[in-house]
Ligand binder design. Structure first.
Ligand code: IPM
Ligand code: MG
Length: 361
């Protein structure tokens, strides 16, 4: 019997509409092959939502997302909204949807594809074969901790405040996702914190260490975040799965992304305890190339694959997409961000077309 899924599409801003267009075509084709039927519904987020409704995350968008099986997001943001107050910026829409759907676990794989090793700014021998999964806590820590704001002190001077806070329960639930994820990979988990300075990190380390008793098959290590940043570029192959808080995960996942050569290749999954997950590329909306048919749609397409794998439990369909992406790269097709000598330069649309041709080949 045909399995039906309701998917909310959030194209957002910049290159978003172009790349999500490619991903939906790929999904429709894969659906035919695997007897899956996707019903797509579009909703507004980010700058597009600000222009249309005045807010970056309209209530109607959250409602549509809640009523779907999974959410596929492209990217948000652009220069024209950069001067708005922070609660009205496109980024607030992204933080709002993470909180609104309870998406506390963010999985960000950084896989170095053999076809793209030379696209990395690091030496081949350092990056070749590296395969890292960053598990970032996404709805707590300094992004959401109270108090926050810019306040006036008694002398009238302004003071900006954010609070890094984690409860035991928050640490334990992200820890569980990380141990389970590590178990399905190389069974090595590195927890990253700043326990030499921050009390919140001392609690983090204590909770993760306690939890490790339940996962004796997973080898646990701890690193301070400054050292972890250094180790990621020094010898990335020492890592398998990394678990860390919201802010450290934001930074380390960008570093890990750059090992792969292009952030234009990396997907991510944001998952909650129940309800729909959200799947989006790690890259942003690239307003400088928006509307020019230059964007790399592959991170979006690979996000659709993560949606099938982690959100809809359709691993075979996910494999088919990932294989097609590798075939396109093997055939030498490259968008500008991953271009190298002797390869065939294509735009977003053409990349989508060759990708569709690869299915069944
Ligand atoms: C990310 C981004 C976001 C974050 C911004 C756009 C709010 O950098 O997803 O990594 O900081 O989480
Ligand atoms: Mg980031």
């Amino acid at each position: 019997m045909t399995q039906q899924y309701r998917i909310t599409l959030l194209p957002g801003d910049g290159i978003g509409p172009e790349i999500i267009g490619v991903a939906t075509e790929v999904l429709s084709l894969v659906g035919k092959q695997f007897d899956l039927q996707f019903e797509f519904q579009e909703a507004l987020i980010g700058g597009a939502a600000i222009d249309a409704t005045g807010v970056p995350l309209p209530e109607a968008t959250l409602e549509t997302c809640r009523n779907s099986d999974a959410v596929l997001l492209a990217a948000i943001g652009g220069y024209q909204w950069d001067t708005l107050p922070s609660h009205l910026r496109p980024e607030a829409g992204l933080l709002g949807i993470r909180a609104g759907l309870g998406l506390f676990a963010n999985l960000r794989p950084a896989t170095i594809l053999p076809q793209l090793v030379d696209a990395s700014t690091l030496k081949r021998e350092i990056v070749a074969g590296a395969d890292i999964m960053v598990v970032r806590e996404l709805t707590g820590g300094i992004y959401f901790g109270q108090p926050k704001g810019v306040f006036e002190t008694e002398t009238g001077a302004k003071r900006g405040v954010n609070t890094m806070a984690y409860t035991e329960a928050e640490i334990e639930r992200i820890g569980r996702v990380a141990f389970e994820t590590a178990r399905k990979r190389g069974s090595k988990l590195c927890s990253v914190d700043k326990a030499n300075v921050l009390e919140v990190s001392q609690l983090w380390r204590e909770c993760i260490t306690k939890l490790s008793a339940e996962y004796p098959d997973v080898e646990l290590s701890h690193l301070y975040v400054d050292n972890a940043a250094m180790q990621l570029v020094r010898w990335p192959k020492q890592f398998d799965t990394i678990v860390t808080g919201n802010l450290f995960g934001d930074i380390l996942s960008d570093i890990a992304a750059m090992l792969t050569g292009s952030i234009g290749m990396l997907p991510s999954a944001s998952l909650g305890a129940s309800g729909p997950g959200l799947f989006e590329p790690v890259h942003g909306s690239a307003p400088d190339i928006a509307g020019q048919d230059k964007a790399n749609p592959l991170a979006q397409v690979l996000s659709a694959a993560m949606m099938l794998r982690y959100g809809l439990n359709q691993p075979a369909a996910a494999d088919a997409i990932e294989t097609a992406v590798e075939k396109v790269l093997d055939a030498g097709y490259r968008t500008g961000d991953i271009m190298s000598e002797g390869m065939k330069l294509v735009g977003c649309r053409a990349m989508g077309d060759v990708l569709l041709e690869m299915f069944g080949k």
